[in-house]
Design a protein around this ligand. Structure first.
Ligand code: NAP
Ligand code: MG
Length: 464
């Protein structure tokens, strides 16, 4: 893997202000892949200055011309898709097939959607005797996690660019190589100098400096609730815009009329994908008591197909592996019944965790309330539909979910009563234009599509 030893600031790779580096580790074999610079507040300041200097001209660039640059960026992502997939696999550990279809593929769809939106979006509207101008917010500080290393970046940078904002990105310390590749792609696409800038580094150093920088107008963060809370508080104190995409504990609600086998199989696949490291994963499976034993047996059979090292990769690092294994031990201690997997390491090398299914999980258990972020599914029993709704809505989170029923209308009626930002009906397909984001403590703001674009705009009304 090629690694840069500098920061991408003002259109060039520049030496970092300090000398500290971060070792990037391959989670499948625990070998060091590369080192990247650990940025400081000084690097962040240089990047924010570059983004500020580039802002007026980029904001004044006609939307159609911004759209053309985003389309060029998408084309580079297409041309370098294999390199992207291999880089994600190396630093995240995901199987190459998943890296190709999801980690390299989805960002192409999202960048493409914003190339189209930038060209077609109405940045001006008439309301009575007013003309309302939708103007870019300014300089964006983007802080991203490691679970979808390129998607999380593109889901922030593409709409920011479409809106006319300029960006400083601080990617996760575990996956900086994909971010460096993205910076190369912006350069190759011919984005004007300073419109996109990259500072690699540690969260409490570079991330915090970016979130606190007084010349950043909007902080867009995806990651843990603990850090999100802190970033929200900092932004609030400075009266600046903030978007937070935090955790989830989503429910997969299987109503009695559903195709049970399909709902269970798709539900297990949803959690096992990306080793369970997906904020919107349906980690709680809710099944009617009359179908409970059958569903548990189906879930145990389904999970057997997910062999660590084959269809399931490792977790991203040793800390995440230990955290997930700790939750599995906690589930056992709380009295849940292990029907597949467990906390024993399936391999000697690599940060693997066995795909795990718990039965007899009650709604108050930690494994039913807290985000585990690993390949662990809890199957919960409900008495009737009202009970299912109470359980589904009974966490602090509200990011995603699923409902399965014989008739679509029955599933939709249930979905309307769920306190959550996104629901898949009978296994609905991914839509890169659908707003994504949380109710309750799952976050503030939305990503993707036109709703994601509006996060980066502010209004000015002219009265006539
Ligand atoms: P995290 O610490 O919140 O990391 C997210 C991003 O924020 C990273 O770029 C991180 O940098 C940065 N960061 C950390 N501390 C910061 C600070 N004080 N100020 C500014 N930025 C800061 O998340 P994590 O440690 O990688 O994962 C922990 C848990 O978060 C997971 O187990 C999971 O529950 C949750 N999570 C959720 C999502 C999601 O998509 N919603 C994604 C990942 C993780 P570093 O990389 O240097 O830490
Ligand atoms: Mg962290």
């Amino acid at each position: 893997m090629k690694a840069h030893d500098g920061m991408y600031i003002g259109g060039q790779w520049r030496p970092a202000a300090g000398h500290d580096t971060i070792a990037v580790v391959n989670p499948t074999d625990e070998q060091v892949l590369a080192h990247v610079p650990a940025g400081t507040a000084e690097d962040v300041d240089a990047a924010v200055r570059a983004a500020r200097a580039a802002f007026p001209a980029w904001a004044a660039t006609p939307p159609a011309a911004r759209a053309a640059k985003i389309a060029a960026l998408r084309d580079v992502l297409v041309a370098r898709a294999e390199e992207i997939a291999e880089t994600v696999t190396a630093e995240l550990g995901s199987p190459l097939a998943l890296s190709r279809t999801v980690h390299a593929g989805v960002p192409v769809l999202v960048a493409g959607s914003y190339a189209e939106l930038a060209a077609s979006y109405s940045f001006e509207e008439k309301i009575g005797n007013s003309t309302v101008l939708l103007e870019p917010v300014g300089v964006v500080g983007a802080i991203t996690p490691w679970n979808y290393p390129l998607h999380q970046v593109v889901a922030k940078v593409a709409p920011a660019l479409a809106a006319g904002c300029t960006v400083v990105l601080k990617p996760a310390e575990d996956t900086p190589l994909t971010a460096q590749l993205f910076a190369e792609a912006t350069h190759e696409a011919g984005l004007p100098t300073g419109v996109f800038n990259l500072v690699t580094g540690l969260g409490p150093v570079a991330g915090q400096a970016l979130a606190e920088h007084e010349d950043v107008d909007l902080v867009s963060f995806t990651g843990s609730t603990a850090v999100g809370r802190q970033i929200g508080a900092t932004a609030g104190a400075a009266v600046k815009r903030v978007a937070l995409e935090l955790g989830g504990k989503s429910a997969n609600v299987i109503l009695p009329s559903a195709d049970l086998a399909k709902a269970v199989n798709v539900g297990i696949a949803n959690v096992m994908s990306n080793s369970g490291q997906t904020c919107s994963a349906w980690t709680r499976m809710l099944v009617h008591r009359d179908q409970y034993d059958e569903a548990v047996a189906l879930a145990a059979a389904a999970v057997a197909k997910y062999v660590p090292g084959e269809r399931v990769g490792p977790l991203v690092n040793a800390r995440q592996r230990d955290r997930v294994r700790g939750y599995i031990d906690k589930g056992v201690a709380e009295g849940a019944r292990l029907v597949a997997g467990g906390s024993d390491a399936p391999h000697e090398k690599g940060y693997y965790v066995s795909p795990t299914v718990f039965a007899d999980v009650t709604p108050d258990m930690a494994i039913a309330q807290e985000e585990i972020f690993g390949p662990v599914v809890s199957v919960l029993r409900y008495e009737d539909e009202e009970d299912a709704l109470r359980i589904a809505n009974g966490t602090v989170y509200g990011l995603a979910g699923a409902v399965w029923a014989g008739e679509e209308a029955e599933a939709v009626a249930f979905a309307r009563r769920m306190d959550t930002g996104q629901v898949d009906i009978n296994g609905g397909r991914f839509n890169p234009l659908a707003p994504f984001g949380g109710y309750k403590q799952s976050g503030v703001g939305r990503e993707l599509g036109p709703h994601g674009l509006s996060e980066y705009l502010q209004t000015k009304s002219l009265q006539f």
